[in-house]
Structures are given as C-alpha cells and as structure tokens.
Design a binder for this molecule. Sequence first.
Ligand code: CP
Ligand code: NVA
Length: 303
Amino acid sequence: MSIKHFLQFSDLTLSEFEYLIERTRFIKHKFKKYEPYHPLLDRTLVMVFEKNSTRTRLSFEAGMHQLGGAAIYLNTRDSQLGRGEPVEDAAQVMSRMCDVIMVRTFGQDIIERFAANSRVPVINGLTNEYHPCQVLADVFTFIEQRGSIAGKTVAWIGDANNMLYSWLQAADVFGFHVNVSTPAGYDIDPALVADTNTHYTLFAKPADACDGAHLVTTDVWTSMGYEEENNARLKAFDGWIVDAAKMQRAQPDALFMHCLPAHRGEEVSADVIDGPQSVVWDEAENRLHVQKALLEYLVLGRV
Ligand code: CP
Ligand code: NVA
C-alpha cells in the first residue's frame, strides 16, 4: 500500500480537503467541549526541526497528545542530523520507530528525499518552497468565518515565498483567485507553479492587488534562511506594508490574515493586525485543529 504524504498542498485532492475540513470541525468541536477524542492512542509523531518554530511545534505536539498519542521533538542542534547523517538514513531509522513524521527544513528536495525513504507518512512543517499546513489552516479559517472560498479573491502582498506558493496551489485546488503583488526582484519562480495554474494575477502595485479582495494576507519580509538579505529586503519592500489604506481597497468585510510571527510597522501596520478585520489568532489556533484532522487522516485514513 502506498503511503500518503503531505509535502505540498497539491498532494491532496479537493475531495480529501473537503473531508479534512469536516473532520476539523468535528475535532475542534470536541476540543471546545472538553470531550476526549483519542483515535491515535499509542501512536507516535516524530517532529524534526531544522528551523525555529513556536506555532508549528506547539500545534503538532499538543495536537498529538490530544489525539491520545505522543510527540517527540528533534532538532538539528542535538540530533545526528546536525552532524551530517544522510537524510535517507535518518528517515529509515525514524520511520521504524513511529507512525508519522513532521519535518521543517530548508530545501523541498530534503523533505522529498526524506519521504522517499520513510515507511510512514511525512508532513511538511515548512520548507523554503512551501508551508502547506499553514495554508490549510488559513483556508479553514476563511471557510469557518465566511463560507465557501471558491470564486473568492485573496490578495497576497509580499515576496514569492513558501506561503505564496502554497496559496497558489490551494487556489488551484479550491477554485479561488490570488491577486499577487511582489516587490521587484522577489517575484514568482515559474518552476514552482504548475503551468496549468490560472488562478492568479500579478499586480505591480500592492494597493491594486487589494481591489475587491475577500481576504488580504502577507508575511514577514525576510523568511527563515534568508537573513543575510534582510537589509536589501527592507529597502526593496518599501510600500508593501498592509495598512488601513490598502484594506480599504478590499471588500468592506474582507479578512486580514498573517501566518505569524509578524513585524508591526514592516509588512503590516498595528491598526490592521490588531484591528477588527484581523483573524490572526483564530488562524493560529486553527493550526491545531486542522493538523489533528490531518494526522488522523494520514495515519488512519477516512474514519
Ligand atoms: N506560522 C508558523 O509556522 O509559525 P512558527 O514558525 O512559529 O511555527
Ligand atoms: N515565510 C516565513 C513563514 C514563517 C512561519 C518563513 O519561512 O520564515
């Protein structure tokens, strides 16, 4: 039987996402009512972090405990991964001792090599190219607050990074549109977008990308792993802040999302992220609920 991994958003079908959204509602409801739900009793999740994290670690670790299982945290600093053990060997060993593995690393090629040598499902907890768990939480948050996302418009204000590439894949799966405005020099790499994906439009001016949007979203100007570019990025991203003026170009009831951590005064103004249209705390919480549904699905299939 082939193992199902979640290495990028396009790994699952619309029907699978619709199932996950219904399971997320069910699992979240149980959590809110303090009703124990332990489908992964005695199962173990291994989490491998080669980059820092607050939300991803917390949501996977808490989520696995809440499902009745256990979670083990490994990082590069104090595991053999940091001393050059081949990723293929690490995957062979780890996957013999657990039921599912989450990996946060640098290049997508690393997680693909890891998955190719794993006996158990592998989940992408962020790579340079993709952050599918976050976009799953974001799509769920939109649907929870506004209903179907099909046919809606999402404005992306920022560089072409792991979040944007996952949004573009989600748009292709769910049938919504992404208005993309990236600063010059930080634009989309066509190699990371399917030729058949027609669900996005490029805008030179970030305010124009916000016109009529149902959701405006952005991210840090410097993603993890690109820190040496920080000074150049601060200059290049001038004008790419999501502020009240840009939110006014969107639908009156548009939502604002940010995967966090955020830098107020850089990519978003404080009045927007802390204002009434912002759903960033629900978005962060929903990482927990969608990933519990994902863990259940990858380990047990449809229940
Ligand atoms: N949004 C997100 O993935 O946050 P962390 O880097 O804190 O995990
Ligand atoms: N694009 C950001 C997301 C952080 C959750 C990064 O990769 O650092």
